[in-house]
Write a protein that binds this ligand. Structure first.
Ligand code: UD1
Length: 445
């Protein structure tokens, strides 16, 4: 689907009239990062498959367009269900501008190397929070026998990989990397012999991609631990229906939105254990977190309850997710006292602090650490979504602020949040999308 709704170039803003506690029930969609990995994995299968619980967000639509540009057949059954037939793939090249729109396009390297023994892929895009190297991905491909996998081989931004044959290998990842773990796993599924990934990432979406591939006939063991063992198979038969896991980051964002507005919201269709790093910190801060089988209720016992400061360090799963760091900083602004956020994963992920400061935040950020001084409340302002999760954090702050805020470049938020206006409206938020023609700086609150 490439309708106007998903034109991520088209500038629009979110207008939010904040200050109302959010109340009610909200449903979580399928995981963006799991779905991106699974769709790439589907490109390796030797038959059709059906994916359910696919989130209706722009990054996924870009990924589907990329798959179609390879020749794959992608049929929408409903907005969350797709039938994918990769047997019509007729090229190993993905070098157009679409590739640079999303980070996860790099998964096509592993998938096409596995399928075709060759891959010619433009360097990926994605949020800009410092250097985002792919040296570990390339190291893994090199160890599996691929040529063209040195950084110096990259030609005009295109990685040209060739492996005849692709062979299993023992691969130690110097840094825990989600992308390198998934990419290696993809290629290894169809490599000759056994692959061992040591110091693998353990994020829920890695397990989801492995479960999908195993359902298709792959032989992957240990996904979710730091050692993954894969025995390559010549054919992945497919013909299977697979449902994507819920989005941990979307769920965490709505937990923060509920808390920061002093609301009472039950978030459904999530996996509570995936939320534990955030739930534990919110409990430390004084919020009530009630877990059901697939839901979490967030509320305060009394509006006057004290909110305590705390310190948070992001790290790979099961550590605190870096993709919830900006939203959590917004929450820490509500604490009485000074909190600390240490960003351990990305070099430069506090770019949004200057925007949050316009809304009254009192934060000193230096390199990888931010000291957050509690404030009595946010004030409405016009601010820019500097990236996807930063945008989500600004939405949370605007929901808490009294008055009308505008979050510009809101298309960045829609990369990862399905129907955010509808979902937030459903729990009492006053939010609407405004086009640039409607919006001007005069609207600044
Ligand atoms: C994925 C997520 C992103 C999330 C991140 C960390 C997707 C599409 N994106 O990104 O939202 O913030 O995991 O949870 O799933 N590194 C290297 N060399 C490499 C690869 C990574 O040095 O070859 C470093 C990175 O600079 C970073 C760290 O490893 O400091 C983790 O990055 P990685 O886990 O690979 O992130 P992504 O897979 O790009």
């Amino acid at each position: 689907m490439t309708d106007q709704k998903f034109n991520i170039e088209k500038p629009y803003a979110y207008e939010i009239k904040g200050g109302t506690p959010l109340r009610g029930d909200i449903d979580i969609s399928g995981s963006k990062n799991a779905a991106l990995g699974v769709i790439a994995a589907a490109m390796m299968v030797d038959g059709p498959c059906t994916l359910e619980n696919v989130p209706d967000i722009s990054d996924i639509h870009v990924m589907f367009e990329l798959c179609k540009s390879l020749g794959a057949t992608v049929d929408m059954i409903d907005i969350h269900t797709y039938r994918i037939d990769p047997t019509t793939i007729n090229t190993y090249k993905a070098s157009g501008a679409l590739v640079s729109k999303i980070r996860a396009s790099y998964y096509l390297m592993g998938a096409l190397l596995g399928r075709c023994g060759k891959a010619s892929i433009r360097l990926p895009g994605g949020c800009n929070f410092g250097d985002r190297p792919i040296d570990l991905h390339l190291k893994a491909f090199r160890l599996m026998g691929a040529t063209g996998a040195k950084m110096t081989d990259i030609d005009s931004g295109i990685v040209n990989l060739k492996a005849e044959p692709l062979c299993g290998a023992k691969i130690y990842l110097d840094i825990v990397s989600v992308g390198a773990t998934i990419n290696t796993m993809l290629a290894a599924c169809k490599a000759q012999g056994k692959t061992e990934i040591i110091n693998a990432a353990k994020e829920p979406h890695i397990v989801d991609v492995a479960n999908f591939l195993n359902s298709m006939g792959a032989r992957i063991k240990g996904a979710g631990t730091d050692t993954i063992k894969i025995t390559g198979v010549p054919v992945l038969p497919g013909n299977f229906t697979y449902s994507i896991i819920p989005d941990q980051i979307e769920a965490g964002t709505y937990m923060v939105a509920a808390a920061v507005t002093g609301g009472d919201v039950t978030i459904h269709n999530l996996i509570p254990t995936h939320m534990e790093p955030l739930s534990a910190k919110m409990r430390e801060m004084g919020y009530q977190i009630e877990e059901g089988d697939d839901s979490i209720r967030v509320y305060k016992n009394s509006p006057d309850d004290e909110i305590y400061p705390t310190s948070v360090k992001t790290s790979p799963y099961p550590g605190f997710p870096t993709d919830l760091q900006p939203q959590t900083v917004v929450l820490l602004c509500m604490a009485q006292g000074q909190s600390r956020m240490h960003e351990n994963v990305w070099q430069n992920r506090f770019q949004y602090v200057s925007e949050l400061t316009k809304m009254g935040a009192n934060i000193n950020a230096f390199e990888r650490v931010a000291w957050i001084n509690g404030i009595s409340g946010f004030r409405a302002a016009t601010v820019e979504a500097t990236d996807l999760r930063a945008g989500a954090a600004l939405v949370c702050a605007a929901l808490a602020a009294t008055g009308t805020s505008y979050i510009t470049r809101a298309m960045r938020i829609d990369r990862g949040y399905e129907h955010i206006v509808k979902k937030l409206t459903g729990i009492g938020a006053n939010i609407r999308r405004v086009n640039v023609e409607e919006f001007s700086e005069d609207n600044e609150a």
